[in-house]
Design a binder for this molecule. Structure first.
Ligand SMILES: *Cc1c(COP(=O)(O)O)cnc(C)c1O
Length: 402
């Protein structure tokens, strides 16, 4: 129902979020798909059983719980419709979606271009497992744009993007990078977790493989680990085969929870955006703050690209503090009540953690003098969040002796 015969979307994202993923007619009228617990799927006759076995494709035609159930298919269908890609595949975490996509697209002897500001475990996978399997990685400046072509080699197979970088929010010129890559026959893969397809339609900007840490905004309630890989039609088979060969699958309960969370993605993200912008503007005026990293702020270096390509901004942002001793930052974070401390983000709750961006980049050094704190602005009232941060700054000043 999501697209017309020529592949154009017929309805907006908010409508897709409500109506994609099977039809109530096929589930006794139930609005939501049931949780199908299935390892074995039965066939009535030998003819049916044999007809389902197609040795050319080890997936889709063989019905077996590891390869999917109506619950997982409903989630895959909704993700693919929202992304605007051909089909989606579910993985047990965001990181496994990234690593499995890279394994599917690369082989020994290939060269990978990876953005310098990528999620740190992605970088670690490139530097360890991919190196061991004979794939060479070159890191590149996130602001490289079309000049990425100067890094292409005859064996460059994939350019990987993450925009904005989920640690320090650098926005990439995705269409320029995609155009250069496609002109050289190179695949464009992107970690699209920060914006989600709701705020960044990756396929409309030339991305061939869009990856979500669905653990974050898709599930949205800090209670599910999941990843998704959505691809163009040409890349679906290699990616889906790799997932099947590795034996990755997700539980039907988690697929149900992720789909339930996804239904409200639009309203949640609009609120995350509104509150994050207020918090970011307030932080920008504080003497304790050197810089706020949030592409929706006009002062952010990525603002022009963000305004051109994105439909909105999520709730994750960075704060570079004016230089203070570590004990002052610790005093602030220890005394926040609404912003709690924990990694992962994208749930309904606000989070604040100290981070050191300098330790996970090699091309563009991190030159900020002050400490760095990453905030996730949740769904609480923004006035309460601002009051919490104001109290935190009092603790920071007291501990710094000011
Ligand atoms: C959290 C995160 C991941 C990994 O997701 P998990 O589900 O926690 O494995 C990948 N990319 C980005 C940008 C993330 O923030």
């Amino acid at each position: 129902m999501s697209r017309s015969a020529d592949g154009e979307r017929r309805v907006a994202s908010d409508t897709l979020l409500v109506h994609s993923g099977g039809h109530p007619r096929d589930r006794h009228g139930a609005v939501n798909p049931p949780v199908y617990r299935a390892s074995t799927i039965l066939f009535p006759t030998v003819a049916d059983f044999e007809a389902a076995r197609n040795p050319a494709t080890r997936f889709d035609t063989v019905r077996y719980g590891q390869l999917g159930t109506p619950t997982t298919f409903a989630l895959e269908e909704t993700i693919a419709a929202l992304e605007g890609g051909y089909r989606a595949t579910l993985l047990p975490s965001g990181l496994s979606a990234i690593t499995t996509a890279l394994l599917a697209l690369l082989r020994s002897g290939d060269h990978l271009l990876m953005v310098d500001t990528t999620y740190t475990p992605t970088r670690h996978f490139c530097d360890t497992i991919l190196t061991r399997f004979g794939v060479e990685t070159t890191y590149y400046d996130p602001r490289i744009g079309g000049r990425i072509a100067t890094l292409f080699r005859p064996n460059t197979r994939v350019v990987f993007l993450e925009s904005p970088g989920s640690m320090t929010m650098e926005v990439q010129d995705v269409p320029a990078i995609a155009d250069a890559a496609h002109a050289a026959g190179i695949v464009v893969a992107m970690d699209n977790t920060w914006a989600t397809p709701y705020f960044f339609p990756a396929f409309a900007h030339g991305v061939d493989v869009s990856i979500q840490a669905a653990t974050k905004y898709v599930a949205g309630h800090a209670d599910v680990m999941m990843g998704t890989i959505t691809t163009t039609e040409a890349l679906y088979e290699p990616v889906r085969s790799m997932v099947a060969e590795l034996g990755h699958c997700v539980s039907p309960d988690d697929a149900y929870l992720a789909l339930r969370g996804l239904r409200t993605l639009g309203v949640r993200l609009e609120r995350h955006q509104r509150s994050a912008l207020r918090v970011a503007e307030w932080l920008s005026g504080r003497p304790e703050v050197a810089r706020v990293l949030y592409p929706a702020l006009p002062s952010d270096p990525g603002h022009a690209l963000w305004s051109r390509d994105f439909r909105g901004a999520s709730g994750l942002l960075g704060v570079v503090l004016a230089p203070v001793p570590k004990r002052a930052v610790d005093a602030m974070l220890d005394n926040l009540e609404l912003f709690r401390m924990g990694v992962s983000w994208g749930g309904y709750e606000s989070l604040a953690i100290p981070m050191n961006p300098a330790s996970s980049r090699t091309v563009v050094p991190w030159r900020e003098a002050g400490p760095y704190v990453r905030l996730h602005v949740g769904l609480e009232d923004p006035d309460d969040l601002i009051a919490d941060l104001a109290r935190g700054f009092e603790c920071l000043r007291a501990a710094a002796g000011r």
